[in-house]
Design a binder for this molecule. Structure first.
Ligand code: CO8
Length: 262
């Protein structure tokens, strides 16, 4: 599929998807969601890709939300289809086996914040603004925001953000746990790529096992989660990478992970 609304790049095991509708502050329309869905399929199928980075084109915006001109045309059924489409893509992003980092370089509003919430973690530029402003449009978040935001920042903070629709700056998003790190705008991508590179150098089997154990464990009780962890741990021990990692430590050298199960 040829992409117009996103840019897809891959280098050294790190794939980058850039939302590319800068004139509309990278708003998510149906065409962009279809391209993103396709690109996530490419990422899933390519075993060489170890980390995915999401960012926005231009200096102003990561994603300023779902495309309001398309929402405005929707009746109730159309809204249901649009919201389901967006939720399916956001869920697919969250369920990717590899780590996903959001590099939020400006506005992350509505569907943009919801996209960031589905990533494994977020680095943001100092000028980034987060928010779920849907209430000011007479609607509510529709790409999972009412569910993921309270789980991440707590119920009351999420309610305040969703009921007021107010934007919060990167520093506040950092304080409430929506963001892991805040960088100067011109240092954001370097910081993200440094962390992505450090992750990409780890064992593929153990990275996937760690992500799966964390994500699957969040939906179950602690005992069940710990039991999932044991299975994921055992899977790692069956991998060539675990032999390499432990041998390298004992031989006082750097491990070279090949990402093979055995
Ligand atoms: N949709 C469509 N176009 C947009 C959007 C958007 N979400 N955001 C910005 N744009 C466009 C503007 O219309 C403008 O276009 P033009 O130049 O043709 O007039 C261009 O981008 C630049 O925007 P501004 O001139 O407004 O730039 P400012 O710097 O003055 O303001 C803001 C930046 C504050 C980000 C402002 O653009 C804004 O408030 N945007 C809307 C933010 C918003 O409300 N987002 C939530 C959208 S709803 C949503 O995400 C729901 C998700 C679930 C949907 C379920 C489907 C039914």
């Amino acid at each position: 599929m040829a992409y117009e609304s996103i840019i897809f790049e891959e280098s050294g095991g790190i794939a980058t998807i850039t939302f590319n509708r800068p004139k509309a502050l990278n708003a998510l329309n149906r065409a962009l969601l279809a391209e993103l869905d396709d690109a996530l399929g490419v990422v899933m199928d390519n075993e060489e890709i170890r980390v995915l980075v999401l960012t926005g084109a231009g200096e102003k915006s990561f994603v300023a939300g779902a495309d309001i001109s398309e929402i405005a045309q929707c009746d109730a059924l159309g809204a249901k289809i649009f919201a389901k489409r967006g939720q399916d893509v956001v869920s697919r992003l969250q369920q990717l086996a590899i780590p996903v980092i959001a590099a939020v370089n400006g506005f992350a509003l509505g569907g943009g914040s919801e996209m960031a919430l589905a990533c494994d973690f977020v680095y943001a530029s100092e000028n980034a603004m987060f928010g779920l402003p849907e209430i000011s449009l007479g609607i509510i978040p529709g790409f999972g925001g009412t569910q993921r935001l309270p789980r991440l920042v707590g119920i009351n903070k999420a309610k305040e953000m969703i009921f007021t629709g107010k934007m919060i700056p990167a520093a506040e998003a950092l304080a409430i746990g929506m963001v892991n790190k805040v960088c100067a705008p011109d240092e954001l991508m370097a910081a993200v790529m440094k962390t992505a590179g450090a992750i990409a150098a780890k064992g593929k089997v153990s990275l996937r096992a760690a992500k799966q154990a964390i994500n699957s464990g969040l939906g179950v009780d602690l005992a069940t989660g710990c039991s999932l962890e044991i299975d994921a741990f055992a899977l790692c021990m069956a991998s060539e990478d675990s032999k390499e990692g432990t041998s390298a430590f004992l031989e006082k050298r750097k491990p070279v992970f090949k990402g093979k199960l055995q």
